[in-house]
Design a protein around this ligand. Structure first.
Ligand SMILES: *C1O[C@H](CO)[C@@H](O)[C@H](O)[C@H]1NC(C)=O
Ligand SMILES: *[C@@H]1O[C@H](CO)[C@@H](O)[C@H](O)[C@H]1NC(C)=O
Ligand SMILES: *[C@@H]1O[C@H](CO)[C@@H](O)[C@H](O)[C@H]1NC(C)=O
Ligand SMILES: *[C@@H]1O[C@H](CO)[C@@H](O)[C@H](O)[C@H]1NC(C)=O
Ligand SMILES: *[C@@H]1O[C@H](CO)[C@@H](O)[C@H](O)[C@H]1NC(C)=O
Ligand SMILES: *[C@@H]1O[C@H](CO)[C@@H](O)[C@H](O)[C@H]1NC(C)=O
Ligand SMILES: *[C@@H]1O[C@H](CO)[C@@H](O)[C@H](O)[C@H]1NC(C)=O
Ligand SMILES: *[C@@H]1O[C@H](CO)[C@@H](O)[C@H](O)[C@H]1NC(C)=O
Ligand SMILES: *[C@@H]1O[C@H](CO)[C@@H](O)[C@H](O)[C@H]1NC(C)=O
Ligand SMILES: *[C@@H]1O[C@H](CO)[C@@H](O)[C@H](O)[C@H]1NC(C)=O
Ligand SMILES: *[C@@H]1O[C@H](CO)[C@@H](O)[C@H](O)[C@H]1NC(C)=O
Ligand SMILES: *[C@@H]1O[C@H](CO)[C@@H](O)[C@H](O)[C@H]1NC(C)=O
Length: 795
């Protein structure tokens, strides 16, 4: 094996020890009769650290060392990928009982050794192979060649020149004992007696009906790979040619024993392991049948081809190609810097050859082949869907003997499986021969690197993943880097969609993952749920979108084209860069609001009213004849029943009512009869129309100090109709029968309002009877910031 496995099991091949006997549990070993050999497997998990086998027969106990195995027909292999140790014993192996070449008995010991004790397990197995023996049988085992021939063979029809040479030599032999003579290519080597041959690890044996010859590979008397002449059609072969002879008085008995095996190592070609053997391995023999398989199984050629094998003849060479993924192959992952894999094939092959006289040779070949180290890249696949705002990364093509141990995101380690509390998820995907892992990390996670290029309007998210993968069972680790990028182009400031409604304007913004780059302003204030609540906006914000309903007359509106028919209202939302605070875009929506009646209280201290007087004016009167408390303040526009007034709060005879929190400017619309010029109508049961604007005191600036009114917010306007007589204007309790208010929230607690006469600036000090309080909150840049003491007694 080119790759040194080290699974803690070693074969002790040269030691002897006394050992205790024990019974081996069932299930950890397996014995089987194959066509031509005993097959014993023992689980590696059971054998512990070290083990060896002993062959047992009537003459003694024989430790099966590496050399002894090759000489005596045993093959021992540790197969970590299968998880067992395998012992194959030829039916003609040295210590196998043989009855008529039909019943074979094998007794052997398994010795498991460790520091504390050596335990011996004894086994025996008897096999009667059903497959009859061919006249000649050749076995090319992994560690030896074995040939057996029927001992009473018919004389061949033709005799070759070489044989005559041998015959000459045999004639000159002085002994009647069996001698063996090797031919190395054309060269005839000196003969030797059988004990001498045995000393050199050549083994000859005579069974009931067969003559057996066995030799390890690479013996000095065989011709092998090293000698170039023995490459048949480019395929390395090893051939051993022994001639056994005995001179019996006037006759010479001579047996030719030839074993030839392809020594091809196998080559790897695009997913296939290719093994070659020359067609002319045995000259003048025709191949009539070929069976092939893995792990000791043999199937007919058509069946093999169904399994994806290819058996082809090229250039007088038989090529057998087996796909890597064929059943019965073994694969293993390995790390040498990167991840590699290799496949192991335990090839088994049978060829039936016929010579000119129709004498059959059965050739069986055991070969362990392995592919070179093949790069086995795992793949990372970007399965991100931008709309999910989450990276979805698939790590795929992970071999089954590799598992994901951890993930490093931005240098932070997360071991797999993730805890439930983790913001990330990882799920395993099992496929037939591989598996994969799907990792999900949200874009806004700290592990994600964000890059925003204002110039190109491109926002990029990048996630670098360092996967830690472990190869089982050795627990060697390697790292696999994956990097995914999600790019948003056209990264522009958010733009609201706006629609007009009867009662206001509705704005809608669908969230995009990068919207956090901007802030939303109303005027100069950041839009927050607190601000919305303060101003009476209705805001609903979820992960999908932001909805902002701005009712009419709330803060932020601008009104234009105010006529009796109605007016237009404009509301603007600004978007500014979060970093630079630079306003980058705005959405302004202007809507027409047709209305029969309304009142507006502007921030600059103007009351604008359209009021309907159908109830207040005696029939036949005209709204044009209405006026405010100051009768010189008439309507700007009027039709039959409605009039439009627009005037500064403080003018036209207004009354100011200063409360703890609010200041209310009140006026009244009066009707003047045409006939009684300049006389106020004050008939007792005429409906009065009171109009008023209320401002929170805290939002007012320079209220009593300068000639200009300025408020942070618009006032709350109301039109109040009452049937109370007009006379008692100073009455603190006016019960409204109907009121038009600019905001639904504008209910007054009148008991707390102190009624004051209209104030005409400049008024410096005003005192409220209930005590002192301060006006503060003067805005920066206000002219002459000051604190005003209010004292009603001073007025
Ligand atoms: C007052 O109103 C009542 C009913 O609305 C009406 O009958 C009465 O004549 C009115 N009085 C005056 C002086 O207009
Ligand atoms: C087991 O056998 C090995 C070699 O055969 C020997 O080195 C070792 O000392 C033995 N251990 C015991 C406990 O007998
Ligand atoms: C063969 O093994 C069986 C148990 O596995 C045992 O009962 C039997 O005696 C053994 N035979 C010989 C000849 O050792
Ligand atoms: C076999 O040959 C060797 C040397 O050639 C000799 O020493 C030995 O005695 C021979 N053995 C027999 C049994 O003839
Ligand atoms: C056949 O073998 C010859 C020599 O062995 C070689 O030059 C030739 O390339 C081979 N052809 C094929 C198709 O393998
Ligand atoms: C994590 O969640 C899974 C499935 O929801 C549950 O079976 C498991 O018990 C949880 N583990 C912990 C530590 O909460
Ligand atoms: C997995 O193998 C089964 C049968 O072994 C086959 O039906 C199925 O299509 C395979 N699935 C994949 C994803 O290859
Ligand atoms: C991946 O993580 C491992 C363990 O922290 C580290 O040794 C390795 O350098 C990392 N690989 C890369 C490319 O950052
Ligand atoms: C590999 O790791 C697992 C679990 O961490 C452990 O049980 C096992 O013994 C380790 N195997 C080796 C060969 O270190
Ligand atoms: C990954 O997927 C996202 C979403 O489909 C795509 O925007 C991005 O360009 C892809 N590529 C890489 C290399 O991450
Ligand atoms: C709306 O909600 C999103 C998250 O769903 C949040 O990022 C955003 O700041 C919220 N916007 C406002 C104006 O509250
Ligand atoms: C001031 O006006 C606000 C808004 O209309 C109202 O909620 C509050 O009760 C008023 N305060 C007083 C003292 O009238």
């Amino acid at each position: 094996m080119a790759f040194g496995f080290c699974f803690g099991v070693a074969l002790l091949l040269s030691m002897w020890s006394t050992a205790e006997c024990a019974d081996i549990p069932n299930g950890v070993y397996h014995m089987e009769c194959r066509d031509r050999y005993f097959m014993i497997t023992v689980d590696l998990s059971f054998t512990g650290e070290e083990l060896y086998f002993e062959a047992v027969d009537g003459t003694g106990v024989y430790h099966i060392t590496e050399q002894y195995a090759a000489k005596c027909g045993y093959t021992v292999s540790v197969l970590p990928l299968q998880g067992h140790v395998e012992l194959r014993a030829s039916y003609f192996s040295c210590h196998t009982g043989n009855k008529d070449d039909e019943v074979f008995t094998f007794n052997f010991n398994l010795i498991a050794t460790n520091d504390r004790q050596n335990v011996t397990y004894t086994f025996n197995e008897t096999c009667s192979p059903s497959l009859p023996w061919s006249p000649r049988e050749v076995t090319c085992e992994t560690n030896y060649m074995e040939v057996s021939v029927r001992s009473e063979l018919n004389c061949p029809s033709g005799t070759m020149k070489d044989d005559w040479n041998a015959l000459k030599l045999a004639h000159s032999s002085t002994t009647s004992d069996w001698q063996v003579m090797f031919q190395k290519g054309e060269e005839q080597l000196p003969s030797m007696n059988l004990s001498e041959a045995r000393k050199r690890s050549y083994l000859f044996d005579l069974t009931d009906g067969r003559l057996v010859f066995r030799t390890p590979y690479g013996q000095p008397d065989s011709v092998s790979t090293e000698s170039l002449s023995l490459q048949v059609n480019g395929v390395p072969v090893e051939v051993v040619h022994a001639t056994l002879f005995s001179r019996q008085s006037w006759a010479v008995l001579m047996v030719d024993l030839v074993a030839a095996c392809s020594m091809h190592d196998g080559s790897f070609d695009s997913g296939y392991m290719v093994w070659e053997t020359p067609e002319e391995l045995y000259p003048s023999h025709d191949s009539t049948q070929l069976r092939v398989g893995l792990n000791g199984d043999l199937v007919e050629q058509p069946v093999a081809e169904e399994r994806g094998y290819m058996v082809e003849e090229h250039n007088s060479t038989v090529q057998i190609s087996i796909p890597c993924n064929a059943e019965g192959t073994y694969r293993k992952s390995l790390i040498t810097g990167e991840l590699y894999e290799f496949y192991i094939f335990h090839l088994y092959l049978e060829q039936i050859l016929m010579d000119e006289d129709g004498v059959e040779t059965r050739l069986r070949c055991q070969r362990t082949l392995n592919t070179p180290l093949l790069p086995r890249p795992v793949l990372t696949e970007n399965q991100t869907v931008l709309e999910e705002h989450t990276f979805t990364v698939y790590l795929g093509d992970v071999p089954t003997d590799v598992k994901l141990a951890a993930v490093h995101l931005n240098g932070q380690e997360f071991t797999v499986p993730f805890t439930n509390a983790s913001r990330y998820t990882i799920t395993q995907v099992d496929l037939n021969n591989t598996h994969g892992y799907t990792l999900k990390v949200p874009f806004d996670d700290p592990a994600v690197i964000q890059q925003f290029s204002k110039e190109d309007a491109v926002l990029q998210y990048r996630l670098d993943i360092n996967y830690t993968l472990t190869v089982l069972p050795e627990n060697t680790t390697f790292y696999h880097m994956g990097s995914v990028v999600a790019v948003f182009t056209d990264v522009s400031p958010p733009a609201f969609a706006a629609v007009c409604s009867e009662s206001g304007i509705s704005f809608k913004l669908d969230h995009r993952p990068f919207d956090y780059l901007w802030e939303i302003l109303i005027g100069s204030d950041l839009l927050t749920s607190e601000l919305a609540a303060q101003h009476g906006y209705i805001m609903t914000n979820n992960s999908q979108s932001l909805l902002l309903d701005v009712p009419l007359f709330t803060h932020g509106y601008e009104y234009k084209d105010v006529t009796l028919k109605g007016f237009s209202g404009t509301f603007e939302i600004l978007v500014r860069d979060r970093e630079t605070s630079e306003v980058q875009s705005s959405t302004a929506k202007t809507c027409p609001f047709p209305s029969t009646e309304f009142i507006m209280c502007s921030t600059d201290g103007r009351m604008t009213v359209v009021a309907d007087f159908s109830l207040a004016i005696p029939s036949g009167g005209v709204a044009a004849r209405t006026n405010l408390v100051d009768r010189y303040c008439g309507p700007k526009e009027a039709d039959g029943t409605r009039a439009l007034f627009s005037f500064p709060l403080n003018s036209c005879g207004a009354t100011v009512k200063l409360g703890r929190e609010n200041v209310t400017y009140q006026n009244e619309i009066l009707y003047t009869k045409k006939t009684q010029n300049s006389k106020r109508v004050a008939s007792d049961n005429t409906t009065r129309v009171i109009i008023q604007c209320t401002y929170p005191v805290a939002g007012l600036h320079r209220l009593f100090s300068v000639y200009r009114f300025e408020s942070d917010t618009v006032g709350y306007g109301s039109i109040i109709r009452t049937t109370q007589p007009t006379a008692g204007l100073q009455s603190p309790t006016v019960k409204p029968t109907a009121a038009l208010k600019t905001t639904p929230a504008a209910t007054r607690r009148r008991a707390q309002v102190a009624y004051l006469p209209a104030l005409h600036p400049p008024a410096r000090y005003i005192k409220v009877s209930r005590g002192e309080f301060l006006f503060s909150g003067m805005r920066k840049g206000a002219q002459g910031s000051m604190q005003t003491k209010v004292d009603a007694a001073q007025i």
